[in-house]
Design a protein around this ligand. Structure first.
Ligand SMILES: *[C@@H]1O[C@H](CO)[C@@H](O)[C@H](O)[C@H]1NC(C)=O
Length: 124
């Protein structure tokens, strides 16, 4: 983290649990943006110098439109960006939700609906 200080233009923060913001703000360059995208049920806090020094911005966004999602996927393709995910089947969904509730998730769950009832409905 120290080596990366003041190096990033922006951070897209998708964390869904409480986390201190200062360590992430310190990674941003002058005029850098921290973009919050996760809905968290607790208050996030930061000390104002973490924003004032470096004219940083904390902003947020919720769900994008289909067009915005397509642009984001195109951007990831161009920049060769990917994320680490855990693919689970529909029959694992209850267990996956249990694990989310227990905070026992390292990556984002992606549900593979192929060959499930949902998949059959999508293709009808
Ligand atoms: C999803 O499930 C199908 C059928 O089991 C499988 O062929 C496919 O590789 C899976 N996709 C992913 C991304 O795991």
């Amino acid at each position: 983290m120290q080596e990366m200080a003041n190096t990033l233009d922006y951070i897209i923060d998708t964390m869904l649990v409480f986390h201190p913001l200062e360590p992430y703000l310190s990674l941003l360059k002058l005029d850098g943006k921290l973009i919050l995208m996760g809905i968290i049920s607790t208050t996030l806090q930061f000390l104002t110098p973490a924003v004032l020094l470096g004219r940083k911005t904390i902003t947020g966004s919720y769900v994008g439109s289909v067009k915005e999602i397509e642009e984001m996927l195109e951007f990831c393709k161009e920049k060769d960006l990917s994320s680490t995910i855990e693919v689970v089947k529909m029959d694992y969904l209850n267990k996956a939700i249990e694990r989310v509730e227990k905070n026992d998730v390292k990556y984002r769950f992606v549900v593979n609906v192929s060959r499930s009832k949902l998949d059959q409905q999508i293709h009808l």
